[in-house]
Design a protein around this ligand. Sequence first.
Ligand SMILES: [Zn+2]
Length: 400
Amino acid sequence: MPLYDTIIAGGHVIDPASGLSAPADVAIKDGVIAAVQPSLNSADATNVISAAGQYVTPGLVDLHTHIYWGVTYWGIEPDPVAARSGVTTWLDVGSAGGYTWPGFRRWIAEPAKSKVFALLNMSSIGLVAPTWELSNIDYCDVDLGVMIVEKNRDLIVGIKARIDPNTTRGTGIEPLKRARELADRVGLPLMVHIGGAPPTLAEILAEMQPGDILTHCFTGQPNKIIDAQGVVFPSVKDLHDRGLILDIGHGAGSFSFETAEKMLAQGILPDVISTDIHQLAIQGPAFDMPVTLSKFLNLGMTLEQVIACATVNAAKAIHLKGIGTLAVGAPADIATFVVDEGDFTFQDVHMNVRKGRKLLVNKMTMVDGAVLPQAEDLPLQPWSALPEHQRGKVIPVRPV
Ligand SMILES: [Zn+2]
């Protein structure tokens, strides 16, 4: 009887949770990590997967996604994307509200081969439609939110509120105040999306606390976190220093190279890099996690830093134990990548272009010790046209 089921051999292991970045083999037994050693004996395993020339990382944790396919405007199906991108854990942020939660659990989270967790939307209708979910204050029902969270703590790890003029439409800051109350009553982090104003950034920050998550943190929209001179607002910097988590949430409208460059120049890196993948973003310029991470690689972050932002940092933000790490005993959620060298083209949501030499490419995605099979995406929904200024203007990352 071999000691291990599988050894992933000959790769360069990057496990930011333990600080490891070195050549090493990874052994798996019964779906969990059994050993990470400079060299393991391949005769000790039933299967050997060669990772020669590849990086071996914890399966990626995408902290901002929309995967409630068929019930929401935004949702994509997670497993086909997981299998080709290295994402093994999805955080769906607010696609489901109280009334649509049972379907999310039964039809999305439970059948998925990849791991699925969620933030409950402050709006009881969630993201059925593109926006306006907070415009009817009757849908911001704190008691309902508490009931749903208490019955679903295995899957619900926080609360989500999108705060901008379209989502709120006249209800102002009240939905966020209720989201604050809900998050406090259930003792979970609150993720707030910023974009347009009103409400103002100052009004939004006043409701946020250390341990909360500010998503779309490098937006170029009116509520961006830098001033006209490109300097980060002291209120944001102060709250970040005290534990506010800055999450990218690229999406179709929420990542600006200009904001990113100014923030990085001030030495403020994102804590978490996430895609905000959905029906539009999947068409580019966000595309997926490897492309989104590659943008930060080409902005000057190291491979170890970007992998940390998409593994251990993301897992910590929502207090997931044993996820985003290659620690012995953790579930064997593992991804392998190469970094291609070439002439690559990246765009932000404003369609500004930056050229880059590095492209992270996923080679294998494993969940609980089993390689995820490649699968075709479901077709896009009939309504999922890119915004006018992006339509027909997405440039392929790799020269064609
Ligand atoms: Zn989103």
